[in-house]
Design a binder for this molecule. Structure first.
Ligand SMILES: Cc1cc2nc3c(=O)[nH]c(=O)nc-3n(C[C@H](O)[C@H](O)[C@H](O)COP(=O)(O)OP(=O)(O)OC[C@H]3O[C@@H](n4cnc5c(N)ncnc54)[C@H](O)[C@@H]3O)c2cc1C
Length: 236
């Protein structure tokens, strides 16, 4: 899949939380894009005080089976050129991006139990991977651990719960690192979940996406438990 330049327009905007937004881009030229679940696209955006634009990558959150429209998911980083650019886009605005790219994509290995670990908007490539995995109908077990901070940061919870009902091989745990006293779910960091709940790495394939500290810590934890493939996408 060669990296190409795509012209598209914003066809839908959905606010998922106070600072997380989902954007659908409908492709115009070329009209379709072939990519692997987990890959990303890149925008060139202006940065104050810089003579040339800076590049910002964003994972595709929709599955490759939808080839004429892609979904992005991102959070607002105060003063950040990439997220500010995306947040300023309105419906019907034209955009240009390059893609697809990246080696963080869902492998085809039906013998493996898949473990996906995300922090924040690191859920984006896993949404694409999960939808693809469900389409593949392999029935192999898939577990998602997702770390957010507060209750107000929660999104996609109904969609994930719906998937557990429809695909018995799928389960997920959302853990909040700073929940209120009423939060009935898991508390603490995803790293702690991995520590407690991953008892064996036999036949396991691990995919990590999000902040660098989580990726470093979970990689070390898994490696202490034994040898298995670990695929990683560090956002920052
Ligand atoms: C391969 C790849 C795919 C990515 N996909 C996504 C995606 O799907 N969704 C997404 O939201 N981001 C994604 N990112 C991060 C994204 O490219 C930008 O770095 C992010 O939007 C911030 O860019 P900015 O220009 O707004 O701010 P910058 O000025 O570049 O960032 C300022 C600081 O904000 C922090 N930061 C960066 N990203 C985040 C974040 N997501 N949450 C909180 N703090 C952050 C960092 O400490 C950074 O130094 C991805 C990064 C990579 C490398």
């Amino acid at each position: 899949m060669a990296v190409d330049t795509y012209h598209a327009h914003v066809s839908r905007i959905r606010d998922l939380t106070h600072d997380v937004r989902e954007l659908d881009l409908t492709l115009e030229h070329p009209r379709t894009m072939a990519f692997k679940a987990g890959q990303f696209i890149s925008f060139e955006v202006p940065k104050e005080g810089m003579p040339v634009p800076v590049t910002r990558p964003y994972s595709i959150a929709s599955p490759p089976s939808i080839s004429d429209r892609i979904t992005l998911l991102f959070n607002l980083v105060e003063g950040g050129p990439g997220s500010t650019y995306l947040y300023r886009l309105k419906e019907r605005d034209a955009v240009i991006f390059k893609g697809p790219a990246g080696s963080f994509f869902l492998r085809e290995d039906p013998a493996k139990h898949l473990l996906f670990v995300a922090t924040g908007t690191g859920i984006a490539p896993f949404r694409s991977m999960l939808l693809t995995q469900f389409e593949r109908k392999t029935g192999q077990p898939v577990t998602l651990f997702w770390g957010l901070r507060y209750e107000r940061d929660l999104y996609y919870q109904d969609e994930l719960a719906d998937w557990t009902a429809r695909y018995p091989a799928f389960s997920f745990v959302t853990t909040l690192s700073q929940p209120g006293s009423e939060w009935p779910g898991a508390k603490g960091r995803v790293t702690a979940l991995v520590e407690e709940r991953v008892t064996s790495v036999r036949d396991l394939a691990v995919y990590l996406c999000g902040n660098g500290a989580m990726i470093k810590d979970v990689t070390a934890l898994i490696q202490r438990k034994g040898l298995c493939p670990i695929y990683r996408e560090k956002y920052y």
